[in-house]
Design a protein around this ligand. Structure first.
Ligand SMILES: Nc1ncnc2c1ncn2[C@@H]1O[C@H](COP(=O)(O)OP(=O)(O)O)[C@@H](O)[C@H]1O
Ligand SMILES: [Mg+2]
Length: 371
């Protein structure tokens, strides 16, 4: 049993490496071998694992078949008698895919000057001026990973990028794909990527990418296949005329499978941390400027006090203060007026949603991963 599992995992890893190296024949061989060992495991196991390993075997066979009939674009199949690739671009199911352009703009994101500049330089300019980029030997497209503690604008920034570009936009949240389509996630993911790749210019935003491409383990045989499927599907897009930008976002970069980093699918990583003073100031003005504020409201005091809070904490505190002001206004039958006292009451009841320990985890990850 232990032996079979070990062999299965060996072939899974070998399959992944083969795909990464562009060795299609070996990829097919190892996927088929993984299926074989999954079947052997199914045959030697108890009832509840039987279904799981059988399904796993089917999944690996599908991957082998898929590599055979529809190889990643930069790999020449060495096999004779293959079927014509099915370039199916039927639209994936609407409920986990948003292909509408988001309405969020860069202006709606306070602060984050550095992250915005990096994104602009790395992503927006090459895609907006492809000829100039090419003349300078820069390639458009590729992958960018936004990572950092929850609630600080990763999703918002990703959407703003899509808005900024005149590109087809596809959004999928890893958690959503997996919870809704357990068992079918590979096919869904594959369809999604194929649809995005069929567009001349597309942004594929994989939110919560840790949920989609988690570290492989014995626990979930499904995860192992999703990761390999992703690598196979995404490979070679730089060879095509079409340009695909993959934007990933995650709160837990350490839970993403190592292979995803190794392939250079996310060559660029941008840390999105807690709002700094300009970001906090910007958010306060964004949310308060149009409101009736008590005279003498001191923004600078709040910029200092809100240090250590996340972007969504700040929005939460402001909203709680607004509700308190409304309550008072109705109760006392007075004109609505937001005071610093309202903000103070909210502030005292709402703690920051990140811990020092969590912040430390990002540093540890950075050091381990990027030196
Ligand atoms: N820099 C920012 N400027 C404006 N709003 C922000 C900013 N950072 C966070 N927010 C607010 O916090 C909410 C959560 O941000 P989100 O992009 O979902 O964070 P993440 O994806 O990092 O968890 C947003 O809806 C937005 O209201
Ligand atoms: Mg998010």
């Amino acid at each position: 049993m232990g032996f079979l599992l070990e062999k299965k995992q060996e072939h899974e890893s070998a399959c992944e490496s083969a795909i990464r190296e562009g060795n299609l024949r070996a990829g097919i061989f190892h996927a088929a071998k993984a299926a074989e060992f999954a079947l052997a495991l199914a045959a030697s196991t108890s009832d509840n694992l039987l279904a799981r390993y059988t399904e796993d075997a089917e999944g690996w066979l599908e991957i082998a078949e898929r590599l055979k009939t529809n190889p990643p674009k930069n790999q020449k199949p060495e096999l004779k008698g293959q079927k014509t690739p099915d370039n199916s671009t039927d639209s994936p199911d609407e409920d986990w895919l948003v292909s509408e352009k988001p309405s969020v703009t860069f202006d709606m994101i306070a602060g984050m000057a550095e992250a915005k500049a990096t994104i602009n330089e790395m992503v927006v300019l090459p895609l907006k001026s492809p000829e100039k980029a090419r003349a300078l030997g820069l390639k458009a497209g590729g992958g960018v990973l936004l990572y950092g503690p929850p609630g600080n604008g990763k999703t918002t920034l990703g959407k703003a990028v899509a808005h900024e570009l005149d590109a087809a936009f596809y959004y999928a949240s890893g958690a959503q794909i997996r919870s809704k389509w357990h068992g079918e996630s590979e096919q869904k993911l594959r369809k999604l990527i194929q649809t995005a790749k069929s567009q001349p210019l597309a942004v594929l935003f994989l939110d919560d990418v840790d949920g989609l491409l988690p570290k492989r383990s014995n626990q979930s045989v499904v995860d192992n296949r999703i990761v390999v499927q992703f690598l196979a599907e995404i490979g070679g897009f730089e060879e095509s005329q079409n340009v695909l930008l993959i934007l990933g976002a995650t709160n837990k970069p350490w839970e993403i499978d190592e292979a995803v980093f190794r392939t250079g699918r996310f060559d660029e990583k941008i840390f999105i941390g807690l709002p700094d003073e300009p970001a906090c100031r910007g958010m306060l003005h964004m949310h308060l400027d149009k409101l009736p504020l008590r005279a003498g409201f001191d923004f600078e005091v709040w910029v200092k006090r809100l240090a250590g809070y996340t972007g969504s904490d700040i929005v939460g505190i402001v909203n709680a203060a607004k509700r308190a002001a409304l309550n008072r206004s109705v109760r006392e039958n007075t004109d609505p007026l937001l005071t610093e006292q309202d903000l103070d009451d909210a502030f005292k009841h709402i703690p920051s949603s990140v811990t020092e320990k969590l912040l430390q985890q990002y540093q540890t990850f950075q050091q381990a991963r990027f030196g």
